[in-house]
Each structure stands twice: as structure tokens, then as C-alpha cells.
Write a new protein. Structure first.
Lengths: 312, 333
């Protein structure tokens, strides 16, 4: 099963259960159904599926307004680039909503994708969800694998409040990644732990989970055991579980495939370094050369052998 | 004017034969005097938050409030004071001064304010009175208002959403997007565009080409209504009829109201401006506006109080204004 088929199945299941729901977005019930993402969606009586206008900022306002009445709104936004058009609603309207005495009764979720499959060119290569989250401390979840997708979509797709759920287009046609085990998940679904070891702590951000899996495997082949965490959110993450692990291993590898210079791992590093001196610290992130806006593979490449050498 | 009017007041039917309902006149006077008392607070430097007074907007505010049905909603802008005051009416046996006090306390950011002092003026909304959202960002309120209409449809509520905006706000893309969205999604929305000709300190002809809202509405298939002259009875009658039409047809409407925001003044004369420089009232205090027993500000149809004289005569209006003046003045800061 591909990641796309799996996500589509989860969406269909959760959307069919929801009441008083409006699903909207461009081409969500026509054509390719957003490349198959929204194919086969069905809503109950009284709910609506709307092939909407191309007006992202207003569609976000529409969702907030509907949620303020107590109804549920779900906006399929084709790609993160269009989120740039919505900054007014994301910040100003969300701030009003949070300043009210009463919490938001309805649900408003934006579901979007990072166009990170490569060769898209200068206008469709943004994958900086942390920058959007930072604008107004917006809860954004990056979904990476079978388990976190299930947990996040089941819990957050239609639930009181507002959030953005994001997936990577790069993953969509690939086989579904299924973790061997789940050792920990935070109650707010911001952090998941998949491995526990005493030699090094690996923490992945944005859509770096597969890179973390490959590093764990490579370390294992060398007889090294790693703890492996994936951080699925960008703000308001409680680092205590990860820090406790790092206190034990004293070695940290951070992998972040986003292009942001406003990365959540800065906050992790600041928190870690205030409590434990690290013996080894390896930060793997994007290095963008002068041609970074020219169409290119647009992915973070890691060299596991070199990382292991640095750790030893 | 002697007219037979059937007016819906908070769900109760009032019928007056031979004379216009005096309640609207009393409300317009209450709104004018209440704003003047806020203005006095500003002149005295009592508020830290900016307040955009709406002298001259009272007839429209009262008419909209009266045209609203029980579950209807009104979504507002930074210049929301007249609408909020029109909706937050004193309950039976409640003193109007106590209502005004809650506004003043909100502007003072006190917990006893209308929203617990959490919003001040530019974002003041009053959900218990049908105003669930107010935005200080031009154009931001249009799509959120459409969202209320969509949400209420999903919740199977029969209601119409009135969304206020101005001739500045319609320059934002969100207005176009929302009008298109409301029409395409069949949302029962009325866009209330107050054309006071000014956006801060520039007139329309100083900043853009004219926008013909009638043709704009026609192009999208929206119902269009033009209101001029500050006749609150005419406004209410036409808005109520429009509200029924929008509710029934699910075809959104656009209302353009010609309004003059009063309170302009001239700065002290200087070498550059020997006569004093004209200042268009936008926000804060209006130094030229003085609280008085008879709060008329302009002797023409730009002032809704002047228009009321045609209905009831100045003597009767002055009596009511004087009574309200002394009642409201008790809470003056």
C-alpha cells in the first residue's frame, strides 16, 4: 500500500463519521481528486463537500467562521505555497479566537502538502512548516508514517479547535512506512519514540523520519543502539522525554529536512545544552547553494557512514 | 412623515398607526449621546485603546439591529461602536447608563467591561447580542462572516449574516473573494458597505478609481440595495425586506450606504495653515464635538438627528435627548 492510499483511507473513515461538516477546497470532488488524496470522500446527511473557489485566505476565514458557530470545517489546501496567501486569517483571526473566554467549539482543520518531490522550480519548493507555526504559535502536525498518521488523523482531523495537518508529496507514491514498534507518544501527539538505545539519541523533524530509520539501521549494523524520536510538531513541544534520553546517551543527532532558518531543533538544542554537556552533536540539515531555486531533486541527502564516524 | 409601520423589535411585533415608532428615535439619540460621552473620555485622555467613533452612522446601526431576526449575526469592523451600542440594548428596567458603563469599562480594559476587558474597542464583539466577531484588519471580517453563514447552515439554523465593511475594506481582495464565495456557495449573507468616502485621511478620488458596487453586484448575481439619506424607518423597512429575500433565496446581497462620519475639525491656525488645517475624523477624540443636551452635530441629512426632526419635531426630540443626557452622564468618566 502506498502512503497516499493509506492517508486517503484514513481520511475517508474519519470524514464519514463526522457530523455538521463542510469539506472544501479546489477540485476536491473533481478531476484527479488532488492526485487521489480526496478520492471517494463521503459525508453524512446535512454535511457538505464543496469544490471551492480559488481563494485561500478567504477559505481559511470561512473555516474559522464555521467553527465559531460550532460546526466543523475541513479545508483541503493543495500545497503549502498557498498557505502564504492566508497569513492574515492564520494570525489575526486565530488570535481573536484564542483571546475569547470560551474555547472554539467547532473544528477547523487545514490539510495540506509540502511539494517536496523535487524539480518543481522556485515557486513550489517551500517546506518550511515551522515558519508558519511560528507566526502565531499555530499547531501544525507533520505526518510521516503509518502510526503517527493514524494517531494524528484520528485524534485531530475533526476535533474542537484549529490545526494544520501536513503530509509530504515525496512520500505519497512510496510504500507506507510502518514502524516496528512504538515506545512512547506524547499525549499532545507532538513527539513519538520508536527506538531506545544507549549509544546515541536521534531526533527527526519535519519529514525526516525515513532518514532517521535508515540511520538507526546503519548504526545497528555497526553494533550501535540508538534512541529514535520523531517530532511531529513545530511549536509548544515538551522536550523533557527527549532530554531525559540525551542525558543518558550524551550524543545527539538532529535531522531536519526543512529549509527554514527558524527550526524547532534550535529550541531543543537550547534546552538540552542548558542541562547536559553533549559529547557529540551532529546536525544534519539542508545546505542550499547558490542554485537552490533552480529545479533540482530538492531533498536532504545524508551519509550514514560519515555520521557514524563523527559519533565514534 | 406619517406612516403605518410594522416593526420587529426583539421578536415582538409593534404596530403604530398614524405615526412612526418613536423607539428608533430614542435609540439614535442614545447612541449619539453614548458616543459623545466616550468622546469626552478620550478628550480627557482616559483610554489607552484606540476607539473609532461613528457619529453619523447611528441611523444605519439602529436600522440594521432592528432588521435582524433572533439567530441572525452581525460581523463588524474597527468602527463598530454604533452597531455594538445598537445591539447591546438596556434590558427592561435596566438603566441605559449601566450599559454604557460596560462599554466604558471595556475601553478601560477592566474586567467589568463587556468582554472582560480582553478586546478593547477595535475587536469588540458581543456574541450574546448577535455580534460574534469583529476585526480591525480591513477585509478580514468578510470571509469569517461567510463562515458563520456556512456553519449555521450546517447546524440547520435559519439565519442571515450581516457583514459590515467600508469603502476602504472593499479594496481588499477578501471582499471580492467573499462575495464570490457567498454567491457560489449560496450563503445567506448581506454585505453592508458603509461608503463614507474616506479611508483614514484619503478620499476615494485621492486613492483609487470609483467602484460601482451596483455593477459589481450585478456581475456576480448579488442583490444590490442603495441606502441614502439617514431615514431610519426607510432603512429598516428596506433592510428587513432584503433580509427576508436573502433568507428565502440564499442569494447574497450587497448594500451600499452613503454615510458621513461626523466629527471633523480644524487644527489651530499656523503659518502653513492660517485658517487651521482640516482634519477628517478617523479615530480617537473629536475635539470639535461637545457633549450637550441637544447632541445634533450637523444641520443637514448627514446627521441622523436632523432627519428625525422631520418625523417628530425638534421640541420632542430635545425633551428625550435632555432626559437621556442626564441619565447617561452619570457614568461619565
Amino acid at each position: 500500500m502506498t502512503f497516499l492510499e493509506y492517508i486517503n483511507g484514513l481520511l475517508r473513515k474519519e470524514i464519514a463519521k463526522a457530523k455538521n461538516l463542510a469539506i472544501f477546497g479546489q477540485n476536491i470532488a473533481a478531476g484527479s481528486y488532488l492526485g487521489g488524496l480526496t478520492k471517494g470522500l463521503k459525508v453524512g446527511a446535512g454535511s457538505r463537500i464543496i469544490n471551492s473557489t480559488n481563494a485561500e485566505n478567504s477559505l481559511v476565514g470561512l473555516g474559522f467562521g464555521a467553527a465559531l458557530t460550532g460546526a466543523n470545517a475541513f479545508f483541503f489546501m493543495r500545497q503549502i505555497d498557498f498557505l502564504l496567501l492566508t497569513a492574515d486569517q492564520l494570525v489575526n483571526t486565530y488570535n481573536i479566537i484564542r483571546n475569547r473566554k470560551e474555547p472554539l467549539r467547532g473544528s477547523f482543520t487545514i490539510f495540506t502538502t509540502a511539494i517536496d518531490q523535487g524539480y518543481e522550480g522556485p515557486q513550489s519548493s517551500l517546506n518550511n512548516f515551522s515558519d508558519f507555526a511560528s507566526l502565531a504559535r499555530i499547531p501544525i502536525y507533520a505526518v510521516n508514517n503509518e502510526y503517527d498518521a493514524k494517531q494524528i488523523i484520528k485524534s485531530e482531523l475533526v476535533a474542537p479547535g484549529f490545526r494544520i495537518i501536513a503530509v509530504s508529496t515525496r512520500y505519497m507514491r512510496q510504500a507506507l512506512q510502518s514502524p516496528k514498534q512504538i515506545l512512547y507518544e506524547s499525549s499532545d501527539l507532538t513527539t513519538f519514540q520508536y527506538e531506545k538505545g544507549s549509544d546515541v539519541t536521534i531526533v527527526c523533524f519535519n519529514f525526516s523520519y525515513p532518514l532517521g530509520v535508515s540511520l538507526v539501521t546503519a548504526l545497528g549494523a555497526k553494533g550501535l543502539r540508538a534512541s529514535f524520536f520523531n517530532v511531529n510538531a513545530f511549536v509548544s513541544v515538551d522536550w523533557s522525554k527527549i532530554i531525559t534520553d540525551i542525558i543518558r546517551t550524551k550524543k545527539l543527532v538532529v535531522i531536519d529536512d526543512s529549509k527554514s532558518v527558524n527550526a524547532p531543533y534550535f529550541s531543543l538544542l537550547a534546552a538540552v545544552e542548558s542541562v547536559v554537556p553533549l559529547k557529540k552533536k551532529v546536525i544534519i540539515t539542508r545546505t542550499l547553494d547558490s542554485d537552490w531555486l533552480v529545479p533540482n531533486p530538492d531533498s536532504l541527502e545524508i551519509n550514514n557512514a560519515r555520521i557514524i564516524k563523527k559519533l565514534l | 412623515m406619517m406612516a403605518k409601520l410594522k416593526i420587529n423589535v426583539d421578536g415582538r411585533k409593534r404596530e403604530k398607526n398614524g405615526k412612526a415608532d418613536f423607539f428608533l428615535a430614542e435609540e439614535i439619540i442614545r447612541l449619539r449621546l453614548s458616543q459623545m460621552i466616550v468622546n469626552e473620555g478620550f478628550k480627557a485622555g482616559r483610554f489607552k485603546v484606540p476607539v473609532h467613533l461613528a457619529f453619523g452612522h447611528e441611523a444605519l446601526a439602529v436600522a440594521v439591529s432592528m432588521a435582524m431576526r433572533r439567530d441572525d449575526k452581525l460581523v463588524l469592523t474597527h468602527r463598530n461602536i454604533a452597531y455594538n451600542m445598537a445591539r447591546v440594548k438596556p434590558k427592561p428596567r435596566e438603566k441605559a447608563a449601566l450599559v454604557l458603563k460596560r462599554f466604558l469599562h471595556e475601553y478601560l480594559l477592566r474586567p467589568s467591561g463587556l468582554q472582560g476587558g480582553r478586546f478593547g474597542s477595535m475587536n469588540l464583539f458581543t456574541p450574546d447580542f448577535g455580534i460574534p466577531y469583529t476585526s480591525s484588519i480591513l477585509g478580514n471580517q468578510f470571509p469569517v462572516g461567510c463562515g458563520f453563514a456556512l456553519g449555521d447552515q450546517l447546524l440547520r439554523k435559519e439565519c442571515v449574516v450581516f457583514i459590515s465593511g467600508g469603502d476602504g475594506g472593499i479594496e481588499e481582495g477578501a471582499f471580492w473573494e467573499s462575495a464570490l464565495m457567498a454567491r457560489s456557495m449560496r450563503l445567506p449573507v448581506i454585505f453592508l458597505i458603509e461608503n463614507n468616502e474616506w479611508s483614514m485621511h484619503t478620499k476615494i478620488d485621492e486613492r483609487r478609481t470609483p467602484i460601482n458596487l451596483e455593477k459589481f453586484s450585478e456581475s456576480l448575481g448579488l442583490t444590490f440595495l442603495s441606502l441614502k439619506g439617514n431615514d431610519p424607518y426607510e432603512y429598516q423597512k428596506r433592510l428587513s425586506a432584503l433580509r427576508e429575500k436573502v433568507s428565502r433565496s440564499r442569494i447574497a446581497a450587497c448594500v451600499e450606504t452613503t454615510v458621513r462620519t461626523l466629527g471633523d475639525w480644524y487644527s489651530a491656525p499656523n503659518a502653513e495653515y492660517p485658517e487651521g488645517k482640516f482634519v477628517k475624523y478617523h479615530t480617537g477624540a473629536s475635539p470639535s464635538t461637545v457633549l450637550s443636551e441637544w447632541p445634533i452635530m450637523k444641520e443637514d441629512k448627514d446627521d441622523p438627528l436632523f432627519v428625525l426632526k422631520d418625523f417628530f419635531g425638534e421640541r420632542r426630540l430635545k425633551q428625550v435627548a435632555k432626559r437621556q443626557f442626564y441619565a447617561l452622564k452619570k457614568v461619565m468618566l
